[in-house]
Design a protein around this ligand. Sequence first.
Ligand code: UDP
Length: 249
Amino acid sequence: MSKIPKKKAKKPKDKKWARADGRKLDELRPTKLEVGVLANADGSAYIEQGKNKILAGVYGPHELHPKHRARPDRAVLQFRYHMAPFSVDDRKHPAPSRREIELSKVARWALEPALFLEYYPRASIDLYTEVLQADGGTRCASITVAALALADAGIPMRDLVVACAAGKVDGHLVLDLTDVEDKNGEADMPVALMPNFNAITLLQMDGQLTSKEYEKTLSLALDGCGQLYKIQKETLMSKYVSAKEEVEE
Ligand code: UDP
């Protein structure tokens, strides 16, 4: 009887491939969040995600000027994403670039569905994120930290919003790309999520993926959102635990 030859398992071509910072493919960068970091803002938060350092501050709700921009049925959310001139290798011009204007808009779109804007007709809620140090994925980190600043400001929300990117680098699908991975990689997909509604509020994609890769990358990004949501919740809770302890002392 002739034996059926066993198929040799295909070895991955690049078994030795590793991410530049040694992370696993599905590993987030070390992330730290804080709330209530600015005394004069109505709400604030700070994030460090890998080398990204971003501050978010909220002012409002307040009466909107000029009045012709006000909406009779709801508040207007104004979002400014800005990169400090010293946040990247080359000095960044302090004036808002086209990229910053676009990112301000997409971040606003990602956050609006979570807010009860209808509670504040004719008002404005102003949200500022300042990127102090950038290393890829700053739009997502800005959304994650901005949601926390809104919660800190006591703005009524249906849910938090959390964002994370995944993408493809050297043929490998990876979570939470750094700047180098983003620049050298084949694709980058930033995703924002309202976790309790399981509703995606932002999905962008830069580069090319097959439809299978697209699904896997989206699923990776959503996993990343889940991990970040845990940190967001813990950070908010910790503020109230320490406030409770102060009151009880
Ligand atoms: N970047 C830069 N100079 C700029 C804009 C961006 O060095 O003027 C870097 C920065 O590290 C940023 C990365 O490029 O995080 C990726 O930028 P992208 O536009 O993809 O947005 P992000 O990934 O930060 O959301």
